[in-house]
Ligand binder design. Sequence first.
Ligand SMILES: [Zn+2]
Length: 321
Amino acid sequence: MRTSVIGAVTAGVFGFAIGTMVSGPHPHIALAESAAAPAEQPAAQTPPPDDGKPRIIFFGAHPDDAEYQGAGVAMKWAKLGYHVKLVSVSNGDIGHWQMAGGPLAIRRKNEVLAVDKRLGVATEVLDIHDGEIMPTLENRRTITRLIREWNADVVITCRPNDYHPDHRYTSILVQDSAYMVGVPFFTPSVPSLKRNPVFLYAPDRFQRPNPFRADVAVGIDDVMDPTLDALLLMESQIQEGGADGNASLYPADAAGRARRTVECRANLERRYAGIANRYRETLTKFYGAERAAQIKHAQAFEVCEYGRQPSQEELKRMFPF
Ligand SMILES: [Zn+2]
């Protein structure tokens, strides 16, 4: 698979429930936007400068998954000058109840470009059809190259027991690359990494074979508003409901649309509030009891057993908030 013909879009779903929680379809805008030329891709393929700042790469399956995973923490890292990139492994071209194919892929790419610009991060969308991600050797090479090109210190993706096959195989592809990124003669056109990155999982609610374990939790109250404003730019997925939407979700009139957007914003906010409440104990480890008790919105990550195993001190340095 080629790298990002479709460009850059990111977005995310974390876990299941996005369909139900953020649903809402909509016709009109779609057509106007989808006819538009793809937005210019930022310099996503250019490796970040070697300035000593950490480099983080997120892999989501669809143009919205890495955005949900990254959201506030990506913006916080970007503000510190860290180099953050959000990758969608598929082009998202069946992720809508009403439209599909090239026009949807372009529309979603433009949506994630807009979100990621607000977050201050780079974007890339791979040209693999939505619903068709497979853990192939070719895809393993592509993911390995992307991690190497970003010279990543941290790699983040979903867990391999997610409900969606694209999510599962994205996770497997990242896992399969976790060792190979350091093997010099595997896909040698891009130099191997001298230091194995730390691999992290984003949270989900699946319990089998094992539930998500929060090794790190980050408060994101300080960036919650701009993060929600950014995420809500993904109208095809949020207000219109993506593949699970329908025509009634996002009405044509301005008042109806405003109402729907407010509702979606509250749903998103609840999601990050839920993470803060579920992983309060982990927040306490990082912030101390007093500060942790004040945190309303958070993101959490689990350390994958593959890749470098960071000490608690290293985790604190990675998330210096
Ligand atoms: Zn997804």
